[in-house]
Design a protein around this ligand. Structure first.
Ligand SMILES: [Zn+2]
Length: 148
């Protein structure tokens, strides 16, 4: 594990996340039935540099949603979709506004992750990070375009 990855893991744990670096997918898990209570961050089992990028991205999401009031102002349509989903109402999640808004959050989470790396003084190749994020963003766009 690189020192960067170690620092990030500790940073995530300081919020109450359990970090799994040996997963089949990368995602941030919120405690069931809540909107922003930390549970787990899963990162795919790949090389430490890419794990670091992915952890920065997931922590970017956390940075954006830990203050739910602010999150609601910033991502109005995503927050509506998520709030209704708690009551098992999913129609708002199928709307174009939700899909575009969640895409906006994806871009912001990569950007916020990059800012976090700077804030924590991590030694990150930002050009490589951007290249890596673009491949993720592109597949997300394709995925949302197909999703009904
Ligand atoms: Zn994401």
């Amino acid at each position: 594990m690189t020192i960067e990855l170690e620092i990030l893991k500790k940073y995530a744990e300081s919020f109450g996340f359990k970090v799994n670096l040996n997963s089949k997918s990368s995602e941030m898990i919120i405690r069931r039935g809540t909107l922003n209570v930390p549970s787990k961050i899963k990162i795919i089992n790949t090389n430490s540099t890419h794990q670091c990028y992915l952890l920065l991205h997931e922590l970017g999401h956390w940075e954006l949603m830990k203050d739910w009031t602010l999150y609601k102002q910033r991502y109005h349509f995503t927050s509506i979709g998520e709030e209704f989903a708690l009551d098992k109402i999913y129609k708002y999640r199928r709307r174009i506004a939700y899909k575009v808004d969640i895409m906006r959050e994806e871009f912001d989470a990569w950007e916020t992750g990059k800012n976090l790396a700077a804030k924590l003084n991590l030694n990150i190749d930002t050009e490589d990070y951007d290249r890596y994020s673009i491949s993720y963003l592109f597949s997300y766009i394709k995925h949302l375009g197909k999703k009904k």
